[in-house]
Design a protein around this ligand. Structure first.
Ligand code: NAD
Length: 497
């Protein structure tokens, strides 16, 4: 059995793990590898290595840091196919989709290459006569990242390139379901010239995460995953005095107004609901049709679903791969059964989809529910699979109200050809990322990514300026280089002149 182990202090960890977890090939349903789980002693080794490396990394010049980041950017670019194939092997998503996600991660590395510009502070001359003030941003120390299974390369890249560019050192705890890509990236970062100990990868489950949250040597935690875990991470991490940003789950709505281009809306709904088998935090899982849209749009959507090719991610003809694990497959199928029992109309039933030669793989075809209502579990809960629910709304106000009442607020989209309606929607909707005729409005690396309400705990979104802000703390210096006329005792409150 292939063994996957930690990456600490610039090399693969060689100890014997007491606990391990299975890693599957979701297309065959077979176990493909075993991954070591870190206990407190292993985490201590990683924190010690990171703290040691941090003593000099924080003082490395900005140009030295950006040089390493540029080299890392080139290595990730040259190896992106290999990274993508690891994603397909362990997550199951199709290769083209995996490659796209690596490219989005690469864009964050490119953003981090500009760190000398991004860390510039402010300077005010003569805040008083001969007194200057300036602000600087300094690294926090050892930072940790805890990431989900659905983007094993991209989501960690939202975090560690920026943290490291800012002068921090980093410990990544990737998802135990698809851990290999992180180790490959750590090797590439070393090859790029990153000093040992600046970037470490420890694997594990809840026990490892709880050790991270309790560790006094870790200053900040970035988390991306489901809402209950995000809340736990935020509450436990901040109670321990850490800076925490915790991005949670989603239930993204796509509102289609009666004047929308319905062919565009149908293409977008199918792509955004079923891409990556619905295992995207920005996937569309609720389609809100306004007025008579449902009767005109659903036939177009069903026609497109009928042509989707479900199959192993390694086959070039596949458009949608399997779900990540058997347990997750069972959970999603459970929701389909619940939807039927609750009275929603299952108009496309993906349970019937078979992939010849891959009968034991975790495949589920696209499922489409019509006439879903807000009380149903399939509407309330995040399913995280290829299940799209159609909710019919009478008018714009009802559609907006539905979105704004939802506890999740990661992404939302509106489809319309009316600029005024779109502008009103982007102003009134209470969601962090808004698409106008764009179903998956993921911000570019130089903007920040994050939701509102139960989709994010903490103040900072990831990457962009907010990422730089999260991984640094501000300091303001007031300085005077004494001239003779300043000498002499003065007990009065300083008067600005
Ligand atoms: P998850 O919450 O189960 O796991 C995320 C991480 O937390 C993993 O590293 C896992 O090992 C760890 N973990 C799991 N249970 C834990 C527990 N009880 N205590 C401590 N740590 C625990 O999420 P997942 O299933 O890997 O990923 C899917 C979820 O992530 C979905 O809810 C999706 O919406 C969300 N997600 C959100 C975003 C976003 O930007 N908001 C992006 C990607 C994924």
């Amino acid at each position: 059995m292939r063994q996957i182990t930690h990456w600490i202090d610039g090399k693969a960890w060689e100890g014997r793990a007491e606990r391990k977890g299975p890693v599957y090939d979701p297309a065959t349903g077979q176990q493909a590898a075993e991954v070591a789980f870190a206990d407190r002693a292993v985490l201590d080794q990683a924190v010690e290595a990171a703290a040691r490396a941090g003593a000099s990394w924080r003082d490395s010049s900005l140009s030295a840091r950006s040089k390493v980041l540029f080299a890392f950017r080139d290595l990730v670019d040259r190896n992106k196919k290999e990274i993508a194939s690891l994603l397909t092997a362990e997550h199951g998503k199709v290769l083209s989709d995996a490659l796209g996600s690596v490219t989005r991660g690469l864009e964050v590395i490119e953003f981090a290459c500009g760190v000398p510009q991004l860390l510039k502070g402010e300077f005010s001359e003569n805040v008083s006569t001969d007194v200057d003030s300036y602000s600087i941003r300094q690294p926090l120390g050892v930072c940790a990242g805890i990431t989900p299974f659905n983007f094993p390369a991209m989501v960690p890249m939202w975090m560690y390139p920026i943290a490291i560019a800012c002068g921090n050192t980093f410990i990544l705890k990737p998802s135990e379901k698809d851990p290999s890509a992180s180790v490959l990236c750590a090797r590439l970062f070393k090859e790029a010239g990153l000093p040992d100990g600046v970037f470490n990868v420890v694997h594990g489950d809840r026990e490892t995460v709880d050790a991270i949250l309790a560790h006094p040597g870790i200053a900040a935690v970035s988390f991306v995953g489901s809402t209950p875990v995000a809340k736990h991470i935020y509450e436990t991490g901040t109670r321990a005095g850490k800076r925490v940003q915790a991005l949670g789950g989603a239930k993204n709505h796509m509102v289609v107004l009666p004047d929308a281009d319905l062919d565009l809306a149908a293409d977008s709904a199918v792509s955004a609901a079923y891409g990556s088998a619905g295992e995207r935090c920005m996937a569309i899982s609720v389609l809100v049709t306004v007025g008579d849209v449902a009767d005109r749009l659903l036939p177009k959507i069903r026609e497109r679903i009928g042509k989707l090719k479900v199959g192993p991610g390694t086959e070039a003809s596949s458009e949608m791969g399997p779900l990540v694990t058997k347990d997750h497959h069972a959970r999603v199928v459970g929701y389909v059964e619940k939807g039927v029992a609750e009275g929603a109309e299952l108009v496309e039933d993906g349970r019937r989809t078979k992939v010849p030669g891959h009968e034991r793989g975790f495949f589920l075809g696209p499922c489409l529910f019509d006439r879903v209502t807000p009380e149903m579990a399939i509407y309330r809960d995040e399913i995280f699979g290829p299940v799209l629910s159609v909710v019919r709304a009478e008018g714009y106000d009802q559609a907006l109200d539905l979105v704004n009442r939802n506890r999740y607020a990661n992404g939302v989209a509106v489809f319309t050809n009316d600029g005024g309606a779109a502008r009103r929607f982007q102003n009134e909707v209470q969601v962090g990322m808004v698409g106008i005729n764009v179903p998956i409005p993921v911000p570019m690396a130089y903007y920040s990514f994050g939701g509102w309400k139960s989709s994010l705990f903490g103040d900072s979104h990831v990457h962009g300026r907010e990422g730089i802000h999260f991984y640094t703390r501000g300091k303001v210096v007031t300085s005077r280089w004494p001239e003779p006329h300043h000498r002499g005792v003065n007990l009065g409150f300083p008067q600005m002149k």
